[in-house]
Ligand binder design. Structure first.
Ligand code: MG
Length: 506
């Protein structure tokens, strides 16, 4: 009798909770911050001694900080494709390398982005910053064609244009670097229209910050749930910073650029507080790929991880990541395995949205975020910058073990003393694979050999099984980057002018 009464009481409580949420709780907002070419060791809250990142540190102190979080590629475009689709870049065809200003291809329109997942739920969506998933003929692949209501930004990397217009503060000082002198100057686009060409980098962050904070304020006023995606350019070479950040960090141009990005994060937090949305917003921060070590002190820092951008060592793809949601996510640190792939399914679950009806590589992590549970992610796959069906995976992490089937250095990671990172370290096959225990050896210094560790035979067998099962599901999409480039497709504010590219100046 007592049991029956308790059960009835329990059902009543559950029903009330359900009714409360269905009647009163508004769907959460999402702010997705994505840094560029930023390494595991670049933030104050990840141990950098001179980075000045007070707002990111605040997110880390009040949120969940990941130690084992991975992006899917050691370069920009493929990593962004995976973030926005929850699928490895090989499926969407964003390989090899990255897209260029005149690229014919882009993220295929039949791929479903996070923004497209949220639109049917009534979300307002905006992207601000570096897109790098294609422009194409008549702006075919711009964010406004991929589920975003609004876009303000440079649609690719800001070194993909001559840097003669890229001045640092004070305004008469040239930034470090020479960039791509044969392309059009870097444009600033608003939706599908060029607003400035060349862009004024010293004022760019103010425009981005105003755009993003206005978007939050307007959505909040309309009581419309929102998704803001801010992929920042800042820490990508050549670094720039306006007057409020230049010379303000102890770390030089990289530190100043990072500080300017961090200042905008502070503005976003203040706006979320002012609008009363802070407790109903999941803020997620991570980065697209590891540091470009070839830029030396102007590149980022992978901390204790091996190598950086361009490589499938952990320095190329393991990133800082922070999830912040006051009152919902408990502050702490997690060592669970997670990835940019998992963000789409997580956001979909929290918004009550339908998942795309395609094979997803992401797994949702709400239990990990909200209840401190375990990640459903068992393994992480590592493709090189130029994946092929012939070679397949370069590496695979299963639990704490990572196996390298191939290793190779990269130009992007040259200049560090470790020879394995340098471009002269040519492709090398490993059979049996080179095995590391990333919990005891996160720097991938000490391979484990079976003759010394016969107990690892089972581990290797499991890794090979997971690899085989995964690769059996992998259908390579048609390469969008191999479609090539056409200089006529480079964004030009004065399309009929001549001679290009110098006449594209408005
Ligand atoms: Mg990048």
């Amino acid at each position: 009798m007592l049991l029956q009464r308790n059960m009835a009481l329990c059902s009543l409580v559950l029903l009330s909770v359900f009714l409360f949420y269905s009647c009163f709780a508004s769907p959460p907002n999402f702010v997705l911050l994505f840094a560029d070419d930023l390494g595991f060791g670049d933030l104050g809250c990840y141990g950098h001694p001179t980075s000045l990142t007070p707002n990111l540190d605040r997110l880390a102190a009040g949120g969940l900080r990941f130690t084992d979080f991975y992006c899917t590629s050691p370069v920009c475009s493929p990593s962004r494709a995976s973030l926005l689709t929850g699928r490895y870049q090989t499926r969407s065809g964003i390989y090899p390398g990255v897209l260029y200003p005149g690229s014919i291809g882009g993220l295929p329109l039949n791929e479903t982005t996070i923004a497209e997942v949220l639109k049917p739920q009534g979300y307002a969506t905006a992207a601000v910053g570096k897109w790098h998933l294609g422009v194409g003929l008549n702006g075919t692949f711009l964010p406004t064609k991929q589920g975003f209501d609004q876009y303000l930004g440079i649609p690719y990397s800001h070194d993909m244009g001559p840097c003669w217009n890229l001045t640092c503060f004070p305004p008469d000082v040239k930034c470090f670097g020479s960039c791509d002198i044969g392309a059009v100057t870097v444009p600033l686009m608003h939706n599908e229209v060029i607003k400035q060409q060349p862009v004024d980098f010293l004022d760019l962050e103010r425009l981005y910050s105003d755009f993003a904070t206005n978007f939050i304020t307007t959505s909040a006023k309309k009581k419309q749930p929102f998704f803001l995606y801010y992929p920042s350019h800042h820490t990508h070479y050549p670094q720039y910073a306006g007057p409020h950040a230049a010379g303000k960090s102890l770390r030089g141009p990289f530190g100043d650029a990072l500080l300017e990005f961090d200042n905008t994060i502070g503005n976003l937090l203040a706006t979320l507080e002012q609008t009363g949305e802070i407790n109903n917003t999941l803020i997620f921060f991570t980065a697209d790929n590891g540091p470009e070590l070839m830029r030396m002190s102007h590149g980022g820092n992978a901390g204790l991880l091996k190598c950086g951008k361009g490589t499938t060592y952990d320095g190329g793809m393991r990133e800082p990541a922070i999830a912040f949601w006051p009152g919902t996510i408990k502050p702490g640190v997690t060592h669970e395995l997670a990835s940019t792939l998992d963000i789409l399914p997580t956001i979909a679950k929290l918004a009550g949205a339908k998942l795309p009806t395609v094979l997803l590589d992401g797994v949702e992590m709400t239990d990990l975020l909200i209840n401190g549970g375990t990640s459903e992610r068992e393994a992480m796959m590592f493709y090189p910058t130029d994946p092929t069906e012939m070679y397949g995976l370069f590496a695979l992490r299963l639990g704490k073990y990572k196996a390298h089937f191939y290793t190779r250095g990269a130009g992007h990671s040259g200049t560090v003393p470790d020879k394995d990172c340098q471009i002269f370290s040519v492709l090398k096959a490993h059979d049996p694979p080179l095995l590391f225990d990333l919990e005891s050896d996160p720097s991938e210094f000490y391979p484990l050999f079976l003759f010394e560790h016969p107990e690892l035979k089972d581990v290797l067998e499991r890794i090979m099984k997971v690899k085989q099962q995964f690769e059996a599901t992998m259908v390579f999409g048609e390469s969008q980057i191999d479609k090539g480039s056409n200089p006529d497709l480079e964004p030009c504010c004065n399309p009929q002018c001549s001679p290009k590219p110098s006449c594209c100046h408005c």
